[in-house]
Structures are given as C-alpha cells and as structure tokens.
Design a protein around this ligand. Structure first.
Ligand SMILES: Cc1cc2nc3c(=O)[nH]c(=O)nc-3n(C[C@H](O)[C@H](O)[C@H](O)COP(=O)(O)OP(=O)(O)OC[C@H]3O[C@@H](n4cnc5c(N)ncnc54)[C@H](O)[C@@H]3O)c2cc1C
Length: 439
C-alpha cells in the first residue's frame, strides 16, 4: 500500500484558481478530509479550520478497545500531523453561527467571517437527555457506553471503561452468577448505527469463548436489526448462536435509576383486535445488572441552536443540506460534511470519506459561479461484528448495496478477511491516506 508522508505537498497538483475565504468548523474525520481535498484542488487556498482539539480520535477503534483488541493509545492521532502550516488553525470552539452575516462567534468572544463555510462538527452524545443519567455515571454502577469520549481532552474512556465492564461481567459469570446485561439503541440517528450490535455480539462471544453465557437483552427503539433484510437475517443468526440473548424492538431508553439499577423504556406497539389495529405506548421498567448505553445524538449546540437545521421531516434537527450536493438548502455558501448532515443515509467515517471530494468540488463550483455537478450517492458502511474474527461489511447507499469489492456481491456474508482489514489496515489507511485526501 502506498503511504504518503506527512510533509507531502499536494499543492503541486492544484489547478483551480478560485478566490474566497473558506472556514471549516471541526477537525474530526470530515473536517480534515474536506480541508485536504480543498487544499489539493485550489491554488493558494485561503482555508481556516476552527476546532479546539489537537488530539484526533480514530473513533471506530473505540469498539476494539472495549473488547480487548486495541489498547487506548492505538486510536490517538494528532491533528498537528494533518493540518499544514498554510492552513489557519484556530484552536477554539464555535459558539454561534450567524448565516445571515457570514460570521461565527468563538468561545473566546472573537468573531470570524467567512465567504464559504463547511460545517463538520459531528454528532454530540446527549447522555443527559436520559432522565436520571449523567455522563459522569458511565463507568460506575454497572454502566458502560462505548461512545463515551471527550474530543477536547482527547480521551475515549468509553473504550477503556467498556473493557473493564466486560471483564467485570465475565468474573461474575465465572463465579456462577447469571447477571442481566442490557444493550440499548436510541430513537435518534446515531454515528455508526452498527456499534450497539457490535458491542452486543462481541461481548457475548467473549463469554462464549470461555464457555460462558448470561442473559443479554438488546433493546432498540427501531423495529428491525438492520435496514437491509439479508444483513438483518445474518445478525439474527448471530444472535441465535448466543445462549441467553434476545431483542426487544421499539423500546427506547428514557430513564435510568442508577442506584437501583432500573432502566425505563418507552415502548410503542400495535394492538390488534376485532375492531382493528391500534397504536399503543407504555413505559416498561427492566431491572439490570449491567447496562450498555448508546445515548441519543444530535448536532452540537452551535448547530442545533442555529437556523441551519431541518425544522421538520425525518432529518429534523440535523443540518439542512441537499442529500446529493451537500450544499445547504437555504444558505448556498454553506456545505456540510460527516455526521452533522441531515441526509437519509449513514453517519459513518465511510460516508464522510465519500462526502469530502464532493463537498470540495461543489464548493469550487460555487466559488466559480458554476452549477454543482458532484452528487453524493448515499454511501455508508457498517462493519458489523457478529463474533471475534468475522465482519459483515455492510456497504450500501441510496440505491442499495455498494460492495467495494465487486466480486463479493453479497454484503451480508461474514468474512475473516474483513476482520483482518478492519483491525490491522483501516486505521493506517485512515491516518496516511484518508486524512490527506488521498483516498
Ligand atoms: C464507537 C464508534 C464506532 C464507530 N465505528 C465506525 C466504523 O466502524 N466505520 C465508520 O466508517 N465509522 C465509524 N464510526 C463513526 C465515525 O467515527 C464518524 O462517522 C466520523 O468520525 C464522523 O466524522 P465527523 O467529522 O462528522 O465528526 P467527528 O469525527 O466526530 O469530528 C467532529 C469534530 O468537530 C469538532 N467540534 C465539535 N463542535 C465544535 C464547535 N462548536 N466548534 C469547533 N469544533 C467543533 C470536534 O472537536 C471534532 O474535532 C464510529 C464512531 C464511534 C463513536
């Protein structure tokens, strides 16, 4: 695999001579990839990136930390390696976006103006939207969440506390107890929609390899294990291979009694009788010994509280961009990339990788007053892990499956090769190719 060096300049290839100040908010996967693509395509670009975090977390690796495959340091990268000196990096947080006057206000009170804006602020984890729960509770009282991280501090405690949590469960089962372990998935869109089930299956397999099992319940606000039937069937097959595992559909976690270990779910179901079908709802309380929480997600406050989000529809609350061009539908000098985008498909690093060249080329067209020709095809990828050593690489887009290896047409097949790729190669491709706009 060709690996580009950190100092490699892509400026030599740049050809387009368009003018304007481009500001990118967020230096995670999407922001860095947008920056790299813009920088390689514009001669003498005027790019500012605003993000407080020097540490760059390779978030997909958090699942591997929580299941003992990676060490915490394996996912720590450094934005100084990705942001070159000709890009103006403001290490601060955007507090307010004023799209009418093309101005941002920072946490330190300063204002930054832009001609073109790329919103790349990702998805925020809202633990406190669950009644009775605080972010600080994760890692205590049998609670875990692989999503727990702090970008500014550069910590991904969800991984390390998750691994301790799994070992606590294991010890209890080894001692002859049968603790009840619940894994949740919320009603909101989440980044990496497959991560809740990755945790479920890998935790069960960790026990199974020690010839152990316990009661594991997957509670999801959704009504299916996956949107594509063949993948859902394969996930069901995996669940059936674990003794003690079951799923409760349409159960959305709304409250946690941390001290007494009780989880309350909003349960929606249909009641059928001779009079017809009626939609019913009720609160269901389940006792648990261990609870893995996937929090409800939304854009970060600066975006959520701006006038840039969808006010209705399936993407309500997320950045109102066109699902093909990724241009804001009302403010034509604003584009979105990554998890913040209110588009029907996927909040994954894989989607952000496909967004990046599209956003860059469409911004350049907008700067040159040309029509936007690049169209996002909805690509997303979910490396589902039914057990250690196997991955179902579910790649799909607006029009259905999009396998990146064409002769592996059936994306629902669990493969050892994908496990090897995900564990040993992808992180390096992310760091050396994707973050430099080379892939
Ligand atoms: C546990 C887990 C497993 C995952 N597994 C996979 C996987 O297997 N495959 C896959 O493709 N994807 C996976 N993902 C998803 C992937 O990590 C994200 O989709 C990807 O990081 C999205 O990039 P982003 O730039 O939109 O957001 P992020 O990478 O989250 O970056 C957001 C950036 O914005 C900054 N920011 C936020 N608010 C502000 C503000 N107000 N001002 C300035 N800066 C701000 C943050 O500091 C951060 O740098 C996983 C994620 C998690 C958490």
């Amino acid at each position: 695999m060709a690996i580009a060096s950190a100092s490699m300049s892509t400026q030599a290839k740049a050809a387009t001579d368009v003018k304007g100040k481009i500001v990118i908010i967020g230096a995670g996967a999407g922001g860095i990839m947008a920056m790299a693509h813009l920088r390689s395509k514009i001669s003498n670009p005027d790019i500012t990136i605003i993000s407080p975090n020097e540490t760059h977390l390779y978030q997909p690796g958090q699942v591997f930390i929580a299941t003992g495959v990676y060490q915490p340091e394996d996912i720590i990268m450094n934005n100084n390696d990705f942001i070159p000196s000709d890009v103006n990096w403001i290490k601060d947080e955007v507090k307010n976006i004023d799209a009418e006057s093309n101005k941002l206000t920072l946490r330190n009170g300063e204002e930054v103006s832009y001609d073109y804006l790329v919103v790349a602020t990702g998805a925020a984890c809202n633990y406190d939207w669950i009644e009775g729960l605080k972010k600080e509770d994760i890692g205590t009282n049998g609670l875990s969440s692989v999503y727990l991280s702090d970008f500014e501090k550069g910590t991904a405690d969800g991984g390390s506390t998750g691994w301790t949590w799994l070992n606590d469960i294991t010890k209890e089962v080894e001692s002859g107890k049968k603790p009840r372990v619940i894994f949740t998935q919320p009603r909101t869109a989440i980044k990496c929609g497959g991560a809740p089930q990755k945790m479920l299956c890998l935790c069960a397999d960790y026990l199974k390899q020690k010839k152990l099992h316990t009661e594991m319940i997957f509670t999801t606000a959704g009504g299916k294990l996956f949107s594509l039937k063949n993948v859902a069937d394969e996930l069901q097959k995996a669940q059936d291979s674990y003794e003690g595992m079951s799923t409760k559909f349409k159960h959305n976690l709304i409250k946690v009694d941390v001290k007494n270990k009780k989880a309350t779910f909003h349960y929606i179901y249909e009641h059928k009788d001779e009079w017809g079908v009626e939609s019913m709802e009720e609160e269901v309380v389940l006792d648990y010994d261990y609870l893995h929480i996937v929090p409800p997600m939304s854009p970060v406050d600066a975006v959520r509280e701006s006038n840039l989000v969808w006010e209705e529809g399936a993407e309500k609350g997320w950045l109102e961009v066109d699902k093909f061009t990724l241009q804001h539908r009302r403010y034509k000098n604003i584009f979105g990339i990554g998890d913040v985008c209110g588009v029907p498909m996927g909040k994954t690093g894989g989607s952000a990788r496909h967004h990046a060249p599209i956003v860059a080329k469409n911004i350049i067209s907008a700067m040159g007053n040309k029509p936007l020709e690049e169209k996002f095809d909805g690509y997303t990828v979910c490396p589902l892990k039914p057990r250690y050593g196997e991955i179902i690489m579910a790649e799909f887009g607006y029009d259905g499956p999009m396998p990146s290896i064409p002769f592996w047409k059936d994306i629902s097949v669990p493969r050892y090769s994908w496990w090897i790729f995900d564990v040993y190669m992808l992180k390096h491709m992310y760091k050396h190719l994707m973050m430099r706009g080379l892939m």
